[in-house]
Design a binder for this molecule. Structure first.
Ligand SMILES: *[C@@H]1O[C@H](CO)[C@@H](O)[C@H](O)[C@H]1NC(C)=O
Ligand SMILES: *[C@@H]1O[C@H](CO)[C@@H](O)[C@H](O)[C@H]1NC(C)=O
Ligand SMILES: *[C@@H]1O[C@H](CO)[C@@H](O)[C@H](O)[C@H]1NC(C)=O
Ligand SMILES: *[C@@H]1O[C@H](CO)[C@@H](O)[C@H](O)[C@H]1NC(C)=O
Ligand SMILES: *[C@@H]1O[C@H](CO)[C@@H](O)[C@H](O)[C@H]1NC(C)=O
Ligand SMILES: *[C@@H]1O[C@H](CO)[C@@H](O)[C@H](O)[C@H]1NC(C)=O
Ligand SMILES: *[C@@H]1O[C@H](CO)[C@@H](O)[C@H](O)[C@H]1NC(C)=O
Ligand SMILES: *[C@@H]1O[C@H](CO)[C@@H](O)[C@H](O)[C@H]1NC(C)=O
Ligand SMILES: *[C@@H]1O[C@H](CO)[C@@H](O)[C@H](O)[C@H]1NC(C)=O
Ligand SMILES: *[C@@H]1O[C@H](CO)[C@@H](O)[C@H](O)[C@H]1NC(C)=O
Ligand SMILES: *[C@@H]1O[C@H](CO)[C@@H](O)[C@H](O)[C@H]1NC(C)=O
Ligand SMILES: *[C@@H]1O[C@H](CO)[C@@H](O)[C@H](O)[C@H]1NC(C)=O
Length: 674
């Protein structure tokens, strides 16, 4: 796989950008039988997928697909592509007012610019594409629990069509388009107007979904009946919050990243402190966290000039990092780390000897100075460290950072197995059956061109209006669920927990008790942590990375059934005549310090030849003794952090950062599979 870090994708993505950056106009295709006039239930027959799909021999149940306009005036070609699957025969085509207690849902992937058909084909849809491009049935498809619709959005993404100048300029425009789409969708499937609606998605839809919800709250007569939003590994906070801040927790979850080396840990911990990333979560949280404004971001964090050049800067930064460490190792050893490793039996190496060979903190900052090279980009620094100095990550090509999977830390496979649905979607048989446009080809991701400088999304991160959103949600009876795969490093769970503790909902800031209740999948296996207060739910999924339903399909399915669609009370804080308790109990050790330890083994080799690398028991044990004293396990108490300087924030910079994410997704989704 590829990975990583921003730089790699920049390089890999640049070739995609030539085609992707300026989308030419596209428009829906008129297939035979298209009704004339406005959308209505008569269109169900038109949209129904009746001809056979390539490679699919199993029964998909009834399903519908095609393009539906977002309803902009005089812009019929600005549409969203949907593929809908019903739960029960007849459920999606119920008449207006029928099945009023039956939930339905929509799934959105992120990017920005990623097609939700990726989610359908690799995460939670009924049809999945295998490594060899054959197709198989997913037993944990989300439409087994509710009518479910996968939607490519914003306009221009996936099979969605767009006028040449029709790309949404910002997230408010995105929200309006989405409402327009929903208003048209319910004309085709009228029962959806009043049935309980669940809006779910992942990654950059952590930006989309709050904005869509905000737009919804602004309507006096909204087109649907929103009941809950669920956001997985989502970009709710600023880039500093979701990507840089959690670096320490990512290391604590996977100390393999630093070779279980306490000295390296102390180093990173010191950097995190100097950069203001060590926000202390307390329960309750008594004051708002300041806006993160790290003192040192290479290239500067606030100038507009940097905004337009930062991609290059950051890329150059990482390239230089590669050169620097590769050269250092080779000068010192005459051999690369990898070559050294290959020449010996790791388990037999004396730990100290090994450390001396691989460790390199030369020239880096210390407890009182920020590293002059990385500044406060400690996430990138960590990836660089892992690739250069930690087994089994492998720095291979001259280009970028393949070998580190930002989406799934314990996956050092290189290359990854392919993850490619383009043969399926661009096959003419599929295209015709799905009523997909002929004016464009399906790609899993485009670099979405917003209205900000350089095509970036100029909208502020949802954290900025979450208090208001939460108040609206309480008033309108909309619940909020935030979940995370424990093994994701790109949008790691710590960032989401910071967002929760920084939000006032139900009149109180954050959770009042530390999440610490286990939940279990249908096989009775420990599945992670769940916590619920005042209609906000946090779910941590053990053993999953960024793409939770891909890596833990059953756990994702149980989460949907119990905590998203259902109102399972596990983890719910209750207060009965002053006596506070938590359904399912609290475990002080399980999630001590907000860390759910990762697996010992790291997947190594390639997508087709896998093995697992596990560090010597002695390393693991030594680390355990170190953390027992160095990392306090008692939950911090008392007031929130106040020592950070506050500022208006570097919105522009971080919007740009999200664009970097976009690139990352483009590259990753093209090339990464798990
Ligand atoms: C894309 O469009 C912008 C202006 O909208 C233009 O400056 C740029 O050259 C175009 N890029 C390509 C690759 O056509
Ligand atoms: C599309 O799929 C059909 C059915 O599997 C197959 O016969 C056809 O060759 C495919 N077309 C292309 C261009 O691969
Ligand atoms: C929409 O696309 C059609 C091609 O099917 C084109 O003829 C028409 O001009 C487009 N409409 C607008 C408003 O751009
Ligand atoms: C679904 O229902 C329709 C009529 O309501 C019926 O004709 C059809 O056979 C049913 N299909 C299945 C798979 O049960
Ligand atoms: C909250 O609701 C009001 C309407 O009551 C709306 O104007 C506002 O945009 C909403 N804000 C958010 C963040 O949901
Ligand atoms: C915390 O929330 C406030 C708004 O209430 C916001 O200004 C600040 O940036 C947030 N802090 C973090 C670290 O996200
Ligand atoms: C590291 O990468 C190189 C080059 O791709 C490859 O030859 C080697 O087998 C890899 N080593 C491991 C342990 O993956
Ligand atoms: C069908 O599956 C085969 C592998 O079994 C694959 O080569 C082919 O590309 C697939 N066709 C489509 C249209 O997805
Ligand atoms: C789609 O891809 C095919 C094969 O690469 C190409 O021939 C065709 O022109 C593309 N269609 C569009 C609309 O870009
Ligand atoms: C709630 O969900 C948990 C999953 O951890 C499950 O074990 C339990 O049976 C569910 N409770 C109810 C009442 O369904
Ligand atoms: C949570 O939502 C349910 C139904 O939507 C509502 O009945 C209940 O009062 C809410 N609880 C709190 C604490 O807001
Ligand atoms: C968090 O707590 C630690 C230990 O008490 C302290 O050193 C650190 O400064 C605190 N962080 C912030 C941002 O206040």
């Amino acid at each position: 796989m590829f990975s990583s870090s921003v730089p790699w994708c920049l390089i890999a993505a640049s070739s995609l950008l030539v085609n992707a950056q300026n989308l030419s106009s596209s428009f829906p295709h008129d297939y035979p039988g298209k009704p004339s006039g406005d959308l209505s239930p008569a269109w169900q027959t038109y949209f129904q997928v009746t001809s056979p799909l390539p490679n699919i021999s199993f029964d998909l149940g009834r399903n519908w697909a095609g393009n539906i306009p977002v309803g902009r005036a005089n812009s019929p070609n600005d549409t969203l592509f949907f593929w809908a699957f019903e739960k029960d025969n007849g459920s999606l085509t119920a008449a207006a007012g029928e099945l009023n207690d039956e939930p339905w849902g929509i799934w959105l992937n992120g990017g920005p610019g990623s097609s939700s058909m990726l989610g359908m084909m690799f995460e939670n849809g009924p049809v999945h594409v295998a490594d060899d491009l054959s197709v198989f049935q997913n037993n944990f498809s989300w439409n087994k629990l509710a009518d479910y619709i996968w939607v490519d959005q914003p306009v221009g993404t996936g099979f969605s069509t767009v006028d040449a100048d029709g790309m949404v300029k910002d997230e408010d425009a995105m929200g309006q388009d989405f409402m327009g789409f929903l208003a048209n969708l319910v004309k085709v499937f009228p029962s959806l107007k009043t049935r309980p609606f669940f809006l779910t998605g992942e990654s950059y839809s952590g930006t989309y979904i709050p904005y869509i919800t905000k737009t919804y709250f602004g309507l006096t007569d909204p087109p649907v009946n929103l009941r809950k939003i669920a956001i997985g590994d989502g970009t709710l906070g600023s880039g500093f919050v979701f990507e840089e801040l959690p670096t320490i927790q990512v290391i604590e979850t996977y100390p393999q990243l630093i070779g279980y080396d306490p000295q390296v840990y102390d180093y990173f911990k010191g950097q995190a402190h100097l950069c203001g990333y060590d926000l202390n979560l307390t329960y309750p949280q008594t004051s708002k966290f300041p806006t993160l404004n790290p003192p040192d971001i290479p290239g500067g964090s606030d100038s507009k000039t940097f905004m337009t050049s930062k991609i290059k800067s950051k890329s150059a930064l990482m390239e230089a990092a590669h050169a620097r460490f590769a050269q250092h190792v080779s000068e010192n050893q005459g051999l690369s780390k990898r070559e050294l490793e290959e020449k010996r039996d790791l388990v037999a190496i004396k730990r100290d000897e090994w450390l001396m060979e691989k460790r390199d903190l030369t020239g880096r900052g210390n407890d009182s100075t920020i590293d002059p090279f990385y500044g406060c980009l400690i996430y990138e620094e960590m990836i660089d460290y892992a690739l250069n100095f930690s087994i089994p990550w492998n720095l291979t090509t001259s280009q970028g950072l393949d070998g580190f999977d930002v989406y799934n830390v314990p996956d050092a496979l290189n290359p990854e197995a392919p993850m490619d649905a383009s043969f399926f979607f661009n096959n003419d048989t599929s295209r015709t059956a799905l009523h997909a446009p002929t004016s464009k080809n399906w790609t899993d991701s485009v670099r979405y061109h917003f209205g900000g400088p350089g095509g970036q999304d100029p909208s502020i991160e949802p954290m900025a209006f979450l208090d208001e959103l939460a108040t609206n949600a309480t008033n309108r009876n909309v619940s909020i669920l935030i979940y995370s795969g424990n093994d994701d490093s790109l949008v790691a769970h710590r960032g989401s927990e910071v967002v929760i503790q920084n939000t006032t909902f139900g009149g109180i800031q954050g959770f009042t008790r530390k999440p610490s209740t286990p939940w279990f999948d249908d096989d009775g296996n420990f599945a992670g942590i769940v916590h619920q207060e005042r209609n906000w739910t946090f779910v941590l999924i053990e053993g999953a990375g960024h793409l939770v339903p891909q890596q833990q399909p059953e756990r994702a399915f149980v989460m949907l059934r119990e905590f998203i669609l259902g109102s399972n009370q596990t983890g719910l804080v209750t207060n009965s005549s002053g006596s506070v308790s938590v359904v399912g109990g609290e475990s002080t050790s399980l999630y001590a310090n907000g860390i759910l330890p990762g697996q010992d083994g790291v997947f190594a080799g390639s997508g087709t030849t896998q093995s697992t690398f596990t560090y010597p028991t002695a390393s693991i044990q030594a680390w355990a003794s170190f953390t027992a004293t160095a990392i306090p396990t008692a939950p911090p108490t008392g007031g929130g952090s106040t020592s950070q300087q506050s500022s208006a924030g570097n919105v522009g910079y971080w919007k740009g950062f999200e664009a970097l994410m976009a690139l990352l997704s483009i590259a990753m989704l093209n090339l990464v599979a798990v």
